[in-house]
Design a protein around this ligand. Sequence first.
Ligand SMILES: *Cc1c(COP(=O)(O)O)cnc(C)c1O
Length: 402
Amino acid sequence: MEKHYSQEELLSLKDMCLAHNYSSFPVTIVKGEGCWVQDINGKRYLDMLSCYSALNFGHKYLRVELALREQLQELSTVPGCFITKEKVLFAKELAEFCGMEMVLPMNTGAEAVETALKMARKWAYVKKGVPVGEAEIIVCSDNFHGRTISVISFSTEMQYKKLFGPHTPGFKIVPFGDVFALCDAITPNTAAFLVEPIQGEGGINVPPDGYLNACLKVCRANNVLFMADEIQTGLGRTGFDFACDYEGVKPDVYILGKALGGGVLPVSAVVSSREIMGVFEPGDHGSTFGGNPLACHVGREALRVLREGNLSMKAYSAGVYFSNRLRNIRSSNLARIRGRGLLIGLELAPGSPTAHSYCEKLIEEGILCKEARTDVIRLSPPLIITNEEIDWAMERIERVFS
Ligand SMILES: *Cc1c(COP(=O)(O)O)cnc(C)c1O
């Protein structure tokens, strides 16, 4: 039997042995079930963070757990140069789910973004005729696409990039929500426009109505790929299968991750057409664990759970119920409720305490949450949350704002 560790012991060990790249809340989580987690002292919390949308089905979702166990008994890891039924069918089913044709499975979100960037560059050279080495990719201010060197190279968050240069060239930044800026930035060398349909980490920023559609039209007119990073917004989170669906926009490329692994494994993917993804040839790209049968089996089940459980619709109605209740809070510190479906941001008024301090109070009340930027409290519970659970949360949120 392993020795029992108290929270104090774990905290001091953490400072000694773990890199200090996260500032953590003093809560040690030991168990999770559905929308709830339990800390080391037995206190229960309603999980309103869902691990940034990785836990769209909540903790220990039975079907996901069974799929994981089932595949563990058969086969878990196979090199990419061999075929597995799981990988092939994952690709087929994910492509169908997205209304696309081809899939390239990876592990983390950042890797899928990198994959999409490589694909866009090669597509520009071999299909569009951009001179080799000159491809440009346009991204938005306040973006979040991950933490690799190339991805932070086009971040507008100083801390993410300042001391991590030299940076990868080939990116242009335009203001999020401004289609004219996108128009102006496009040149004959532009390969792609990479955008989050709603910015998650950037503060739950919903673009003006019609923005995505207008951007798609501009991209089409200029033979530029429209690449939607739906890692956080996709798979039901916003009340639609994809946040792009709200405007009826079908991008050229979907980038998916987080919930694709059912909350139990890192599973990400780039999804596109044969015309675009066809630029990859053997040897161009790969990943040791990307597309492993364990991940693919879980990913397939995650897609089925989403479909058969109607979770996008559930997120839509729960989102309406939750946002309406939040809009009824009367507090001079609360400026606005924004978001879509169950991706909700509480924007604090100028001069009010920080979102971080509000999150600390909410955590004390038993609600797990985290700020997005300094002035937005993000609330993004599992899509399976019930109205009763939302009521439970509202009692505490109201208390914190009174
Ligand atoms: C979380 C996230 C990523 C990065 O995913 P990781 O799995 O952490 O690498 C990329 N884009 C968006 C929109 C995200 O929310």
